[in-house]
Design a protein around this ligand. Sequence first.
Ligand code: 0WD
Length: 254
Amino acid sequence: SGLMAGKRGLIMGVANNRSIAWGIAKACRQHGAELAFTYQGDALKKRVEPLAAELDALVVGHCDVTDGASIDAVFAEVAAKWGKLDFIVHAIAFSDKDQLDGRYIETTEENFTKTMLISCYSLTSVAQRAEKLMTDGGSILTLTYYGAEKWMPHYNVMGVAKAALEASVRYLAADLGEKAIRVNAISAGPIKTLAASGIGDFRYILKWNEYNAPLRRTVTIEEVGEAGAYLLSDMSRGVTGEVHHVDAGYHVVG
Ligand code: 0WD
């Protein structure tokens, strides 16, 4: 269908074909969008290039959100290739694995700062660059998790970072609304990805969701992808500052 025909979007956070960003990219492409991918470092470049090719997408370079120059370079490349931008998928998070286990209270200042920078501030740094390129309005989408709202075992500093990320969605939505740029988040249920494999007892969390979510199952990257396509397309043009749960309903019972 042509739901997203004529729209051009930047996809940040594909690590492999299990990544949530990949699920969103596939849905956007199915609906007619043109895509550009970033990758983090040479190891991921080899994985991202063939995936981008599957969706006829550009690869616009290495981007490590802790390195502002690499973000600038990617947006300069998008500006050179397209001149403008309609949407962004921000599916990036990081925390030291040994602190996604056990007690939150053990979080070090160094890992707290790093987790907040990569998992929260990066949305704002990306939005700063996007604002200049979204000359016809736009839609920015990030990914969050229920651990922002409630204590969850082992999620620890990432839960604190996701709470700040969800607040950032609201503040950015207010800042960018006059330019018709919308900012929303999907709060996804647990999905077995590379990032999730770093979280302690993740298999147990998946099982817990299967037993307790209203739909009695977990969600797929394709389901998060379809909801993402809605938030990135004009179908959701009246929606901004929203955290939309795609979690088989877990948040109503958890
Ligand atoms: O259960 C899950 N998988 C959920 C994930 C439930 C709810 C939310 N999320 C969120 C994550 O917190 C993240 O924000 O979804 C987003 C995407 O995560 P994912 O799809 O689960 O994980 P993955 O496929 O690993 O992609 C995350 C990627 C990184 O991969 P690795 O695993 O290599 O760290 O984030 C990127 C990187 O590609 N990333 C960075 N990109 C640029 N600069 C950086 C960085 N410094 N650090 C990580």
